[in-house]
Design a binder for this molecule. Structure first.
Ligand SMILES: *[C@@H]1O[C@H](CO)[C@@H](O)[C@H](O)[C@H]1NC(C)=O
Length: 128
């Protein structure tokens, strides 16, 4: 084996080893993002099922809170889903900018680990 072959072999070994060292981290973030997306979905379907006046901020905060508890990947997914939802709502449904901002405040509150119950509407069944 001459010197340049050794250099090439060394570089190729580096290419193989570098991503595999990042692999467990990458997998954790992906799993958290998936779990976080499930949390967001479950908050959304609970909100539909509860059909409770003024409960949307609570469910927004709860979905973001649960997702963020999964880890950085979950918080990331919650942010992407929330931002997409709010820009979609403010663009299409004619929902006011003030309400979108209030929804985002609830999203961010939950995502930062704030207790979703501060948004809980009076009388909402405790199972939610
Ligand atoms: C939600 O609640 C409203 C008011 O109580 C009621 O009129 C409506 O039928 C309910 N919708 C569903 C899907 O249960």
């Amino acid at each position: 084996m001459n010197a340049s072959t050794m250099v090439v072999a060394f570089l190729m070994l580096g290419l193989l080893v570098a991503p595999s060292r990042a692999w467990p981290d990458w997998w954790d973030r992906t799993r958290e993002a998936f779990q976080g997306a499930c949390d967001m979905y479950s908050a959304y379907s609970d909100m539909r099922e509860a059909n409770w006046t003024n409960s949307d901020k609570y469910f927004h905060a709860r979905g973001n809170y649960d997702a963020a508890q999964r880890g950085p990947g979950g918080a990331w997914a919650a942010g992407v889903i929330s931002n997409t939802r709010e820009s979609y709502q403010s663009g299409l449904s004619g929902q006011g900018a003030a309400d979108t901002a209030a929804d985002q405040a609830a999203n961010i509150w939950g995502r930062n680990g704030g207790d979703p119950n501060v948004y809980r509407p009076k009388g909402l069944p405790p199972r939610y």
